[in-house]
Design a protein around this ligand. Sequence first.
Ligand code: PHE
Length: 374
Amino acid sequence: MRSLLPLCLTAFLSLAACTKKNANEIVVGQFGSMTGSEATFGISTDEGVKLAIDEANAAGGINGKKIKLVTMDNQGKAEEAAAVVTRLIEQEKIVALLGEVASSRSLAAAPIAQGRKIPMITPSSTNPKVTEVGDYVFRVCFIDPFQGTVMAKFATENLKLKKVAILRDMKSDYSVGLADFFKQKYVELGGTIVAEQTYQSGDVDFKAQLTQIKSKNPDGLYIPGYYTEVGLIARQVRELGIKAIMMGGDGWDSSKLSEIGQDAVNGSYFSNHYSSESTDPAAVDFMNKFKARYNKTPDGLSAMGYDAALVLIHAMKNAKEITPKAIRDELAKIKDFQAATGKITIDEKRNASKNAVVVQVQGAVNKYVTTINP
Ligand code: PHE
């Protein structure tokens, strides 16, 4: 009897080991905000990622091996992002990591991926600091010095705005950085910043800041935040009778923006990675596949998630062996790779240089306005 126990235990442990490490599988990790006030970011990205991975697996995988995606929710919290990424690396033995959307959470996880030498690709974190963490950290999107320039130019040249106020989220690396980049360019182009106010993610009452802003009578209001707060801010802007044209960045991209902001967000503009009105064949192909599977139009997050996964799959196919190091080296070589949101070339700083679009909110639809090149 007594000798049976270690035997069972060994059998059990090796079985557990088998399920963890299947020689015919390549395990890729993903971390994202699947719940919380930025849940659409994580969910939309995951839908795009899964589409790309399932397509690759259906087409034979990587040299006959199937890709297994393990996704962990960080609830929109930076500390959780660090915790789940550690778990993905230590327990799931991932060879590569996809995520995050929000720059602050990518920044919390990147030092862990870098330290463990696991290649990480963020689909859509735009703060410059993210890829500066080290040579294992990549992105497939543009960065915020460009995104800030895009809206500063649009405000000046298209909207002819002379006096702009800025309202930024002090808790978000993305928001703080993008506000600075916008301001720098807007002032350089001759505009005046008449007020600068701050809030913190999670806030619901912005009346004090908006009252200050109103007293300066701006004709434009730049709010580089995420959709939950932006929706609430927009309503309070109009409740206070502020007429300024509202503008923002990619953080506005969510089907929830118009649900939360209702009529107040209509007519506002934001910069983004992609427009669902694109007629580019690669984008149209992606949209058709996405619609067939999910029965809805993909947002920018889904497109970027799809592209991040495509780039990773491409690198794994080219890698001599499926090791984090070999995958990293192939990621660094990505050049003119045709993805849904455009051609991707990874530069020496592991960023991608891409176009941006400006869209206008019209109810649940974000109407394409213009494309701006880097
Ligand atoms: N660019 C944002 C950031 O870095 C995240 C984001 C990307 C949000 C795309 C929405 C759409 O934090």
